[in-house]
Design a protein around this ligand. Structure first.
Ligand code: FES
Ligand code: FES
Length: 161
């Protein structure tokens, strides 16, 4: 208990101060503070289910040292869903395309998709697969997930001509 240190982050638009061990991952700090939409899978950087945006960049929170994020901005799938139009479009597309299969990997997939779309992602299935290659679906497969991201890219006028 005694080696917990204060850590201030901006999470989903709100400045928060947590107590965290110097070695805690960002994933641990988020989940210990009720951000349960950030899922915990492998905790080794392999599955991508813990993906969040850190200053706009998709990162695996399980291999990100929480104290290195002090003063920085973190967005989770849920926070983005309430505040960001692109994320809402992606979430709707996941529902419409049946991409929420087991659902466990979904928050991380949506954050990875948001990162892709925010960085000029186009309606190209190969590129979309590359963009979500750090996020594993262990239950069913990627086709419907790719369909959803493709749909959003088309809706944004990013077809490849
Ligand atoms: S829990 Fe972070 S990559 Fe698997
Ligand atoms: S839909 Fe999440 S693991 Fe397959």
């Amino acid at each position: 208990m005694s080696n917990l240190l204060p850590l201030t982050l901006k999470v989903n638009g709100e400045e928060k101060t947590f107590l965290a061990s110097p070695h805690a991952s960002l994933l641990r700090v988020l989940r210990d503070n009720y951000y349960w939409d950030v899922k915990c899978g492998c905790e080794e950087g392999d599955c991508g289910t813990c993906t969040v945006l850190l200053d706009g960049k998709a990162v695996k929170s399980c291999i990100t040292l929480a104290h290195n994020c002090a003063g920085h901005e973190v967005w989770t799938d849920k926070g983005l869903g309430y505040n960001d139009e692109i994320t809402r479009m992606i979430q709707d597309a996941f529902v419409e395309c049946g991409s929420i299969q087991c659902g466990f990997c979904t928050p991380g997939m949506i954050v990875a998709a948001k990162h892709y779309i925010d960085h000029g992602g186009i309606a190209d299935r190969k590129e979309i697969r590359k963009a979500i290659s750090g996020n594993l679906c262990r239950c069913t497969g990627y086709n419907k997930i790719v369909d959803a991201i493709y749909k959003v890219a088309v809706e944004l006028g990013r077809e490849v001509r």
